[in-house]
Design a binder for this molecule. Structure first.
Ligand code: SF4
Length: 224
């Protein structure tokens, strides 16, 4: 780890969860950053848009992740816009890499060209990145991506091994959504819904419960 990196940092997160299986290979830890000012039309994670005062220390986060780190196949960091908290993100990924050799996938709403300097500064801790904002008017045909403007970049040899195979058309067998249940009964989604998934889910819940089921959902995703 470079000497200049802070040993601790405060983060504003929306959620952490394990396991997540729809945002990269295997059973992954999902970390959702809070705050994004891009406001993409059709974003299903509007709950992560509001910026919040960073209130979680890196030490506390690492303690929370500790039981999952040995078991997980990798870590996916999304939001929100993780690069908007660059110093905290840098401290986090360097710490994760120092303690865990597994792959780290980052989602950012920035294009690759725009994100390049920050990705270079995070090297080699980020193994792969999906770059670009969600564009609801574009087709969605590519694995791990919500719209076809988004680009996948393998940034390390590990990233090449684990993510190069995702540079392909979305297959019917690709898992795109995890449905989670919190202790309080709240259901939420992690992943990248296919077009129409949310509409169909809402209709199903409406039909089953006679209520607006979408209000019962707190949704999280990779950049869909
Ligand atoms: S899709 Fe991603 S970049 Fe766009 S508003 Fe939602 S969280 Fe932000």
């Amino acid at each position: 780890m470079p000497d200049a990196l802070p040993k601790t940092s405060m983060l504003a997160l929306s959620r952490v969860h394990y396991p997540v299986s729809a945002l990269g290979p295997g059973r992954r830890i999902g970390i959702w950053f809070q705050g994004c000012d891009r406001r993409c039309a059709g974003c299903i994670s509007a709950d992560t848009w509001a910026f919040a005062e960073p209130s979680l220390s890196l030490e506390d986060l690492m303690q929370a992740l500790a039981p999952w780190l040995a078991a997980c196949d990798g870590i996916t960091i999304t939001g929100g816009e993780p690069l908007a908290q660059f110093d905290a993100l840098a401290a986090l990924v360097h710490r994760l890499k120092a303690e865990n050799p597994k792959s780290i996938l980052l989602y950012t709403g920035q294009t690759y060209d725009a994100a390049c300097p920050q990705l270079a500064a995070l090297s080699p801790s980020i193994d792969a990145a999906v770059c670009g904002p969600y564009e609801a008017g574009l087709p969605q045909t590519l694995a791990l991506r919500g719209s076809d403007n988004q680009t996948l970049h393998c940034l390390t040899p590990l990233g090449e091994r684990e993510f190069a195979s995702y540079e392909r058309i979305l297959q019917p067998e690709d898992k795109t959504l995890d449905v989670m249940l919190d202790d309080d009964g709240t259901a939420w989604l992690a992943g990248i819904p296919r077009r129409g998934d949310i509409h169909n889910l809402t209709r199903l819940l409406d039909a089953r419960a006679g209520m607006n089921g979408i209000e019962k959902f707190s949704q999280r995703k990779g950049m869909e």
